[in-house]
Design a protein around this ligand. Structure first.
Ligand SMILES: Cc1cc2nc3c(=O)[nH]c(=O)nc-3n(C[C@H](O)[C@H](O)[C@H](O)COP(=O)(O)O)c2cc1C
Length: 197
C-alpha cells in the first residue's frame, strides 16, 4: 500500500486497495471466486438495462484455451499476463438488444461491468489487470465474434505475486508510485475548466 498515496478525500477501502499488478502468484482462482467476480459484473447498471457486456474466459487449467486468449495480447502484455491463472476478454454489444438501434453507451456500460468485476476481485483478495493491448482482429477471428460486437479489453485475474519475478523494467513499473490527477483538473462546476469549489 506504500505505493498508493492517501486519497485527497475518504474513499471505500476496496477502491483504495484495488490496483493492477504485473506479477501474479502461482495460485489458481477457485470456480466459486471466478463466478463471483463475473456475477459482480453481471449486476452492473446499464443503459435501458441492456447489459451489453460479454466475457470470454480462459483458465490455465485448460491450456489450449488459455494459449488461445494469451495469443490475442500484444507481446509486452503477454510477457507478464502469462503468469495470471485466468485471462478474460470483455466484448460490447454495440446495438440495443430490444430495438437493434446503436447503443452509444455500450462501451461505457462494459467499463462499468469491468469496474465491478475489479472491485469484487479485490474484495476476494484477488487482483485484476485490464489491457487495451490486444489484437481485436485476432480475437474476432479466434472466437467468431459477430458483427456489432466489439472486443473491448483483456483482463488478467489472479492473486498478486512477487514483483521480484519480473524483469527490471516491469518491476520498476510495478513498484512505481501510483498517481492521479487532482480533482481540480477533473471536476468542474458552472463552466468548462472551472473547478468545483
Ligand atoms: C481500458 C484499460 C486498458 C489498459 N491497458 C493496459 C495495457 O495494455 N497494458 C498494461 O500493462 N496495463 C494496461 N492498463 C492498466 C493501466 O495502466 C492502469 O490501470 C493504470 O496505470 C492505473 O493503475 P492502477 O490500475 O494500478 O490504479 C489498462 C487499464 C485500462 C482500464
Amino acid at each position: 500500500m506504500e505505493r498508493t498515496p492517501e486519497p485527497d478525500h475518504p474513499i471505500h477501502d476496496l477502491i483504495h486497495k484495488r490496483w493492477s499488478p504485473l506479477a501474479f502468484a502461482d495460485q489458481a482462482v477457485s470456480d466459486a471466486d471466478l463466478r463471483s467476480v463475473l456475477e459482480a459484473a453481471r449486476w452492473a447498471p446499464s443503459c435501458f438495462n441492456d447489459q451489453p457486456w460479454r466475457f470470454i474466459v480462459a483458465r490455465r487449467e485448460q491450456p489450449d484455451e488459455y494459449a488461445r486468449l494469451l495469443s490475442c495480447l500484444v507481446e509486452k502484455n503477454q510477457s507478464w499476463a502469462k503468469s495470471a491463472p485466468v485471462l478474460m476478454l470483455s466484448v460490447a454489444h454495440l446495438d440495443f438488444a430490444k430495438t437493434g438501434k446503436p447503443n452509444r453507451h455500450a462501451l461505457h456500460d462494459v467499463g462499468l461491468a469491468a469496474a465491478q468485476l475489479c472491485l469484487q476481485a479485490t474484495a476476494l483478495g484477488l487482483s485484476a489487470h485490464q489491457m487495451a493491448g490486444f489484437s481485436q482482429d485476432r480475437a474476432r477471428e479466434l472466437y467468431a465474434i459477430p458483427d456489432r460486437f466489439e472486443p473491448v479489453a483483456a483482463i488478467a485475474l489472479g492473486y498478486a505475486g512477487d514483483p521480484n519475478q519480473l524483469p527490471d523494467d516491469l518491476r520498476a513499473r510495478d513498484r512505481a508510485p501510483r498517481t492521479r490527477l487532482p480533482q481540480a483538473q477533473l471536476v468542474f462546476s458552472g463552466t468548462w475548466d472551472h473547478p468545483l469549489e
